[in-house]
Unconditional design. Structure first.
Length: 291
């Protein structure tokens, strides 16, 4: 177990103020890491722990949180400190009391504002992880090449190593070869994305402000964030109506949604196996049937 007193001292040093008697309370809910609330010196922090080798994952999470925070569009926890202590690595951030869901119109407005922050190219300043899978973000000028190689191709390669069946891999390769069919007259702007925007990575603070956390940021098609919100649930029509008022959604989104969500389903197949490979296979067949 981590030495909470030593962590409290490093945190105090990072903040430049004393923090007495750190006390950690385990929290439920993390998929990848162990999460804690740290009470120290009358303040509260949110801490995630993993094995020491995972420090780079926390560095990347900090970089993502900083990019989102710098956009000044939607609330994210402020990352304070990343490091390791013996066999453990950690990230410490601002603790936000999360309760319930924000009004869909407020979430739509903040997310549409985030998606208005653009880069010159697709990618990100560093690689990060999606779940615990490495996510390569090398900058590209060509969105289709980015999605073909660094998203679908990357997951299919991991799947080949994991032993995905040959039919799935062959169908995946066919889909990769005809991606341009989904992008007729459509070239997205490289928008700042959360990158892993399922419902478990969003909430509202005590004042009802939307909060997003646990990002896998990169600059890409804003539709990829919208699609993921529809993968394990649906944000509702009020959300989409409010989003569209600020940022148009191209009519071709309906055709591309599964293409974007395929990345996450392949990732789930790589991480968890089970029925996700079959789901990916069905998605690829449906996509191929469209062209
Ligand atoms: P993991 O990386 O293991 O998936 P998350 O970052 O999703 O962990 O955090 C786990 C849970 O902790 C979230 O579902 C959320 O309820 C809560 N949480 C996340 N960030 C904060 C925060 N800054 N303050 C308070 N609670 C948080």
């Amino acid at each position: 177990m981590i030495d909470w007193r030593a962590l409290g001292e490093r945190l105090a040093e990072a903040l430049g103020r004393p923090l007495d008697s750190p006390r950690a309370t385990p929290l439920a809910g993390g998929d990848i890491n162990r999460a804690f609330r740290l009470d120290a010196g009358g303040e509260r922090f949110f801490v995630k722990l993993n094995r020491a080798e995972r420090e780079a994952m926390f560095d990347a999470e900090q970089a993502g949180l900083e990019a989102l925070r710098t956009s000044a569009t939607i609330r994210v926890p402020e990352a304070i400190l990343v490091g390791r202590d013996g066999a453990q690595s950690f990230i410490v951030m601002e603790y936000i009391e999360l309760g319930g869901r924000p009004a869909p119109e407020r979430f739509a407005a903040d997310l549409a504002a985030l998606h208005g922050c653009c880069a010159e190219r697709y990618g990100f300043a560093g690689d990060n992880t999606i779940g615990s899978t490495p996510q390569p973000n090398a900058w590209r000028d060509d969105w289709l090449a980015f999605w073909r190689e660094q998203r679908l191709g990357h997951q299919l390669e991991l799947g080949a190593r994991r032993g995905f069946d040959a039919r799935l891999l062959a169908a995946g390769a066919r889909l990769q070869a005809c991606l341009e069919r989904f992008f007729v007259d459509y070239r997205p702007r490289p928008a700042l994305l959360h990158g892993d925007l399922w419902s478990g990575n969003q909430g509202a603070d005590a004042a009802g402000n939307p909060v997003i956390f646990d990002p896998a940021c990169y600059y890409g098609d804003h539709e990829a964030d919208l699609a993921m919100m529809e993968l394990f649930g649906h944000p509702g029509e009020r959300f989409f109506a409010a989003y569209r008022e600020i940022r148009p959604i191209d009519p071709g989104y309906a055709r591309r949604r599964d293409l974007y969500n395929l990345y996450h389903v392949l990732n789930h197949a790589n991480l968890f196996g089970g029925g996700y490979a079959a789901q990916a296979s069905q998605m690829i067949d449906r996509l191929l049937a469209q062209i």
